[in-house]
Design a protein around this ligand. Structure first.
Ligand SMILES: NC(=O)c1ccc[n+]([C@@H]2O[C@H](COP(=O)([O-])OP(=O)(O)OC[C@H]3O[C@@H](n4cnc5c(N)ncnc54)[C@H](OP(=O)(O)O)[C@@H]3O)[C@@H](O)[C@H]2O)c1
Length: 373
């Protein structure tokens, strides 16, 4: 298959806070050594789009291409990069169906019909998954693995040695916001590696599914007294993931549960006010904002920044090409439920997805939509 991509292509961009999304024609970046060009067929929307489009973070004038997940077909490959560590799987080739999570440069962002990305940020789509299912996974599966290993300092050895069990096998680990995409992946990853006392906080309608995925017990965050229920059930909890990061909705209640010695890993940005159709969001990327609520002495709070996963050499080179596809192919981790967002044009689909995020419509699912026709 001959490499083929156009010199320019369409991208969905934000041009300013709360402005309607727009299409810009941008150059297709020629792949450098170690990069591939992917024709993007599907992407997934996430709250990060809303934080950027409505909250104004991680944007720069005159426009910012959105989207950190993509799935599609490899249409060109750059030369080999002799400095790169090779994946365990066979290197991706022209014509392969791949998926990935990328964030660093505009040419890598998922809301455009072609992305040019390093090979280490793509994996082959497992044969048991549709492309729509696959695109739900890479960003937040990477996030969950990074948060558990880097921020909570729990071991997830890869490949998992036969018979391996974690030292903290029976320690309670609290996942607040367990029906979020991050939460659903965190529970499944912890179960696979043998953490048996995972406690979940989500709406009651998700509790059955959460038990099937590996939560030992679930609590409903809408119950008054939920924090007392959790503490009474578990006693002191030393590992917590806040998958939501809302000042009042999650940090405040968690500050009643965390005790001296607890590590609380919080998804950044901290949401001071959610976006609605009427008003923009107020969000803060500074981890210091986690301390806007009062924590007990000796509680360690950490702001999660998934892109730091590349500081870990094993994860840098193997997480997206090898580990994410293997977890999905083996069925150890199920992708998120994919909710397809319709629209006649690329722009319409992107805008419809953003509007659904403003309405906080996604619940236990990921919004996905077609990019290249
Ligand atoms: N910094 C990073 O590296 C990083 C990485 C990934 C994600 N994030 C951030 O993490 C957040 C979650 O992302 P996501 O993609 O996983 O979100 P998502 O899947 O869109 O989350 C939707 C879920 O949030 C749950 N929820 C909302 N408010 C809640 C509350 N007060 N308590 C418990 N659950 C609540 C809802 O649960 P119910 O259905 O039960 O109501 C809903 O299912 C976003 O702000 C995102 O930007 C940050």
């Amino acid at each position: 298959m001959a490499p083929s991509y156009p010199p320019t292509h369409d991208a969905v961009v934000t041009t300013g806070k709360r402005l309607p999304l727009a299409i810009r024609e941008v150059d297709t970046a020629v792949p450098e050594p170690g990069e591939v060009v992917v024709r993007v067929e599907w992407t997934a929307s996430s709250p990060l789009d809303l934080h950027q489009a409505d909250g104004g973070i991680i944007t720069s004038p005159p426009f910012t291409i959105l989207g950190c997940s993509f799935a599609g077909t490899v249409v060109a490959t750059g030369e080999d990069d002799p400095t790169a560590t090779k994946p365990n799987s066979a290197p991706v080739q022209l014509g392969d169906q791949v998926f990935g999570f990328a964030w660093e440069k505009q040419k890598q962002m998922g809301f455009q019909t072609y992305v040019t990305v390093p090979r280490r940020l793509v994996g082959r789509i497992p044969p048991n998954l549709t492309v729509q299912q696959a695109v739900t996974a890479p960003a937040n599966l990477v996030c969950a693995i990074h948060t558990i290993t880097q921020d909570l300092r729990l071991e997830l050895p890869w490949p998992k040695p036969e018979g391996w069990t974690p030292k903290e096998e029976n320690h309670p680990i609290l996942i607040w916001g367990a029906a979020s995409s991050v939460g659903l992946f965190a529970i499944q990853v912890l179960r696979h590696w043998g953490y048996k006392n995972v406690l979940a906080v989500a709406s009651s309608k998700h509790h059955e599914e959460l038990a099937a995925l590996g939560a030992r017990k679930s609590f409903d965050y809408k119950d008054t007294g939920v924090t007392d229920q959790i503490s009474a059930h578990a006693g002191p909890i030393y590992r917590i993931i806040d998958c939501i990061g809302q000042l009042e909705g999650t940090l405040r209640p968690l500050s009643k549960i965390a005790v001296k010695g607890t590590i609380v890993a919080v998804m950044l940005p901290v949401i001071l006010r959610d976006a609605t159709e009427e008003v923009g969001s107020e969000v803060d990327l500074d981890p210091a904002s986690i301390r806007k609520v009062q924590w007990a002495d000796g509680v360690g709070t950490i702001g999660v920044r998934t892109f730091f996963f590349e500081k870990n050499e094993l994860l840098k080179w193997h997480l997206e090409p090898d580990i994410v596809p293997a977890l999905l192919e083996s069925g150890v981790v199920k992708p998120n439920r994919a909710r397809i967002v319709e629209g006649k044009t690329l722009l319409e689909r992107a805008q419809n997805a953003l509007n659904l995020l403003r309405q906080r419509a996604p619940s236990g699912e990921r919004l996905v939509w077609r990019v290249a026709e």
